[in-house]
Design a protein around this ligand. Structure first.
Ligand code: SRM
Ligand code: SF4
Length: 569
């Protein structure tokens, strides 16, 4: 691959490829532009900043106001802290809470990939925010950009040999797959600029990094709480008879992003790939990424994820390429069996005499909203009790390592701050997720996080009225077809098409093993409960035993479903 240190362009490649190649390992002009008294970075820096975990955004609610002031936009930045397995120390939690108050918009967002996001940071406050995150021993490097993203893992804080071994595998993978560039330290932490004749080496990523983002998750046998089928690479840790990790089943090629009316873009569920021994997992991950690095499409970013490489070249070809780079033999993938997904909410023993409690956070937004003061409440609990904090893939928070005698105090603080115990939260609300969408996401065509609370309460009331309040049905909303809340892997997906309208997706499943499909396109949000009502009634009458909602829709099919719900119930 060429090094465009002269800032030229790479013929035939997407413009991002030239930006990466000429960036001197992600430096570009970020450091210089940071010193300029301007509200925003240049377009090229905007692309490079992503690798540092930073998105340049604008407050879409304030566009009119900005224009009235003669400004282009109300520019601000979003910072994403990469949190492997979602594990955060109490100190790092408190540091993020401090940053959110001092330099961001006063809220902390738990993402669907177990990271923290801080929204609304101004350019002048960026450097100290990043430094504070690093001061708490976390990094934003690789939070975004064309690299391995945050490595997810089931966050259940069980203390046993199996979990310890998985934790060690994650740590080794993070060490092997994190970019090596010294740019991050130079720019954000005033690290020494090392002037040496030795070229800086990115052994895995080279000069141009990957064609596109790459996402990996680790699931623990039986529990798909991290949505393995959405990932470029998913590794399912398998339990041996002696309670150790006997190996990993790998799946490849999942990805959900698509573009409306562009059928050449599509959501894909990851495919079974291979089984490897526990000590082979890092090499496997590295070589899977390396093949995608070498063969992924660098000409068209809408066709650059691993799922497209596999669609174009085939899974067998891919297996051959990965195998050729490995010193060991890939074993055949085993059949996976999933138990009901566990969201890890509520109180549980964690295996060492201590307890953990999973706390529901609506759409991952840790904020003080009306009577529910989760931000102040969590801050208070973490400050006083000092639990380990774990972020879940359903945008919730687990507090771990709580001594049994501290339980009453945690419950008292939760109640004082209006944080409800999970048992009192209707299941529809508990099993719902939405992406941030408007006002921060520049790609949103519809609302999500701000409108789902009202809609999901209507749906919860409807289910209660129909005697279905005890059903586990997942509802996932996103403000555009990119699918950040994984709407294509739930029982019910709402995918924004334009302001106020959503494609209604059905026939996925609660366990997240099957993609759903568009049942009704472009439904005005106000019509969604009315559309769902007769479907829920038919489900109640016709389901087979404990059959899940999505499984029932899948079994009877859309044609039969449409036929049945035509008649007034
Ligand atoms: Fe995402 C882009 C938010 C998980 C697919 N995603 C974005 C951006 C950064 C918008 C942008 O590019 O300008 C969003 C920032 C909004 C904001 O204001 O915060 C954004 N994505 C999110 C988060 C915060 C949603 C959430 O509710 O938590 C999640 C952050 C995860 C993290 O910590 O890293 C998030 N995004 C996902 C997922 C789910 C997953 O990975 O499990 C997906 C679908 C899986 C996949 O990648 O295929 C996802 N996001 C996308 C895409 C489509 C990618 C594609 O291959 O087409 C984009 C757009 C893009 O990359 O061009 C995108
Ligand atoms: Fe933005 Fe679309 Fe992702 Fe929602 S799904 S955060 S609207 S890119």
């Amino acid at each position: 691959m060429s090094n465009l240190s002269d800032g030229g362009s790479l013929d035939g490649f997407s413009s991002n490829e030239s930006i990466k190649a000429s960036s001197n390992h992600l430096r570009g002009l970020i450091k210089e532009e940071l010193l300029e008294d301007t509200p925003a970075f240049s377009d090229d820096s905007e692309q490079l900043l992503k690798f540092h975990g930073i998105y340049q955004q604008d407050d879409r609610d304030r566009r009119k106001e900005a224009r009235a002031k003669g400004l282009d936009k109300h520019h601000q930045l979003m910072i994403r802290t990469r949190i492997p397995g979602g594990v955060v120390s109490a100190e790092a939690y408190l540091a993020h809470d401090d940053i959110s108050q001092e330099w961001a918009n006063g809220t902390l967002r738990v993402t669907t990939r177990q990271d923290f996001q801080l929204h609304g940071v101004l350019k002048g406050d960026l450097k100290q925010s990043i430094a504070a995150i690093n001061g708490a021993l976390l990094t934003t490097l690789g939070g975004c950009g064309d690299v391995e993203r945050n490595i997810m893992c089931c966050p259940e804080p069980k203390q046993d040999r199996f979990h310890e071994q998985v934790d060690r595998s994650i740590a080794s993978m993070v060490a092997a797959l994190t970019p090596r560039t010294r740019a991050y330290h130079e720019i954000w932490l005033d690290g020494e600029v090392v002037d040496t004749s030795e070229p800086e080496n990115e052994p895995l990523y080279g000069e141009q990094y990957l064609p596109r983002k790459f996402k990996t998750t680790i699931a623990l046998e039986g529990d798909n709480c991290v949505d393995v089928y959405a990932h470029d690479l998913a590794l399912v840790a398998m339990r041996g008879k002696d309670g150790s990790v006997r190996g990993f089943n790998a799946l490849v090629g999942g990805g959900l992003g698509r573009t409306h009316n562009k059928p050449e873009t599509f959501a894909a569920a990851a495919l079974p790939f291979a089984f490897v021994d526990a000590d082979q997992v890092v090499d496997l991950a590295r070589e899977v990424i390396a093949v995608q690095r070498d063969y992924g499409d660098r000409t068209n970013r809408k066709h650059a994820r691993l799922k497209y490489t596999l669609a174009d070249r085939g899974l067998e070809w891919f297996r051959g390429e990965v195998q050729a780079r490995l010193q060991f033999q890939l074993q055949p993938a085993e059949t996976l069996r999933w138990q009901p997904v566990d969201d890890h909410l509520g109180w549980h023993e964690q295996g060492d005499g201590n307890l953990y409690v999973g706390i529901y956070i609506e759409n991952g937004r840790i904020a003080d909203v009306g009577a529910v003061r989760s931000r102040t409440g969590l801050r208070h609990i973490v400050d006083e009790i000092r639990p380990e904090v774990r972020l879940t893939a359903q945008q919730n928070v687990i507090l771990a390592g709580i001594a049994p005698r501290q339980r009453a105090r945690v419950e008292e603080l939760m109640a004082e701050h209006g944080i409800e115990p999970v048992e009192s939260i209707p299941l529809a609300i508990r099993n719902a997720m939405a992406c941030p969408a408007i006002p921060t996401c520049g790609l949103a065509v519809a609302e999500a996080e701000r409108v789902l609370p009202a809609l999901i309460r209507q749906i919860a009331t409807l289910l209660d009225e129909l005697g279905l309040a005890g059903e586990r049905i997942s509802f996932r909303m996103s403000g555009c077809p990119n699918g950040c809340s994984r709407p294509y892997l739930g029982d019910v997906g709402f995918v924004g098409t334009t302001l106020g309208k959503y494609d209604l997706m059905l026939a996925g499943d609660f366990e997240g093993t099957r993609l759903n499909r568009t049942y009704a396109p472009n439904v005005p949000m106000g019509e969604i409960p009315g559309l769902l009502r007769p479907i829920f009634i038919a489900f109640r009458e016709q389901r087979d035993g404990g059959e899940g909602f999505g499984d029932w829709v899948q079994r009877i099919g859309f044609d039969a479903l449409r036929e049945q719900v035509k008649a007034p119930a």
